[in-house]
Design a protein around this ligand. Structure first.
Ligand code: FAD
Length: 327
């Protein structure tokens, strides 16, 4: 049967692009953040070109915690949508009324975006582990944003993804409750998920098993593992603090040993351990049949490219190698 053409104003869906033939062993994708300043923005566009050249299946743009970073999310996502890069734009409920969410969704649709990661967001005020209170006139849970997106005529064609938590969301009363809340989001119309970063592949595998066991149909929807290549001890500790994820003691010991008491002086050694660990995790995830590897890049291309290179999915890169294989 002939395939239906995709309307010119839509992008391909995420589940489509991750099931298409990819140049590497499996598809990969990358996460960008709204850039803080002009230098960060220039770096983002360079990284976007690199990942385009390397054949990324899609790129995502996180939604800022507030104010101008939110405008930058929209601006960057609009611009990415004009490039030949399938773009997944994030949106959270934080400090938004329903009316505002509707207006942002319409704006996304008007920019030609059609893939959304529907999130609740962390409590405003800088403490992600703090108490969450909904905005008056806004929503409580990400599932309501999924329902809104599917209900609005302007966005009913969007493909919606959600966040999943290999270790369980830290606010969920139990892993069973976390599984039920995740399934509720999938039943509300989400078609894939991206996980929070994790540093032990067993957590990912347990999440996958939990979901399939609880609901074989919903649980079979793609669960894309989120991988954060470690390049610094300080930054991984900060990420752990922000996400509530767990850093295995053995890995922390390896990173601390590489730092030898002076992180600045031994940055390259820490980075080497981090890249090795991310590569080993990615190898195991590929063997486990994951649908895609999603790298949290912090808008840098190099560490992710090194992991991809180790996996045989990208050329080596760098002036010290005598060439500039990609932009
Ligand atoms: P929800 O699914 O709404 O869950 C929130 C909490 O409520 C959880 O504890 C859950 O267990 C509980 N819950 C859910 N449903 C119910 C229910 N029916 N009854 C009772 N309790 C319930 N944050 C940003 O600010 N910007 C981003 O761009 C961003 N991107 C992210 C991308 C990924 C891949 C991930 C994993 C996280 C991201 N986050 C982002 C962080 C995310 O917003 C937070 O982790 C947030 O605390 C949870 O969001 P959620 O969408 O999972 O919320």
């Amino acid at each position: 049967m002939a395939q239906q053409p995709i309307p010119a104003s839509y992008q391909r869906s995420i589940t489509d692009v991750i099931s298409m033939p990819s140049p590497g062993r499996i598809p990969f994708s990358v996460e960008f953040m709204p850039p803080r300043d002009d230098a960060a923005e220039a770096r983002l566009w360079k990284a976007a070109e690199t990942f385009h050249d390397l054949g990324a299946a899609f790129v995502s743009v996180t939604y800022g915690a507030g104010g101008s970073s939110r405008e930058r999310t929209t601006r960057v996502a609009r611009q990415l949508a004009r490039h030949p890069l399938t773009t997944l734009v994030h949106l959270t409920l934080v400090n938004h009324t329903e009316e505002e969410l509707i207006s942002i969704l319409k704006d996304y649709a008007g920019a030609g975006l059609s893939n959304l990661l529907a999130l609740r967001g962390d409590p405003p005020g800088g403490d992600p582990l703090g108490e969450w209170t909904p905005t008056p006139g806004g929503y409580h849970f990400a599932s309501e944003l999924i329902e809104l997106t599917k209900r609005l005529p302007e966005t009913s064609h969007f493909q919606v993804g959600i966040a999943t938590f290999p270790e369980g969301h830290f606010r969920a009363p139990s892993l069973e409750a976390d599984t039920e809340f995740t399934l509720a989001k999938l039943r509300a119309g989400a078609e894939f998920s991206i996980t929070q970063m994790f540093f032990d592949v067993d957590y990912y595998l347990r999440l996958r098993d939990r979901l399939v066991k609880a609901d074989s149909e919903q649980g079979a929807k793609p669960i894309i593992p989120g991988i954060m290549p470690i390049t610094s001890l300080r930054s991984v500790r900060r990420q752990i603090e922000l996400s509530g994820a767990h850093l295995p003691a053995q890995l922390e010991e390896r990173l601390v040993a590489a730092a030898r008491g002076d992180e600045e002086a031994h940055r390259d050694d820490i980075r080497k351990v981090g890249i090795e660990v991310s590569t080993a995790m990615a190898e195991r995830l590929i063997a486990e049949g994951v649908p895609d590897l999603h790298f949290m890049t912090m808008n840098f291309a190099r560490a992710t490219q090194e992991v991809l290179h180790n996996l045989g999915m990208a050329p080596a890169w760098g002036p010290e190698l005598g060439h500039d294989a990609v932009r």
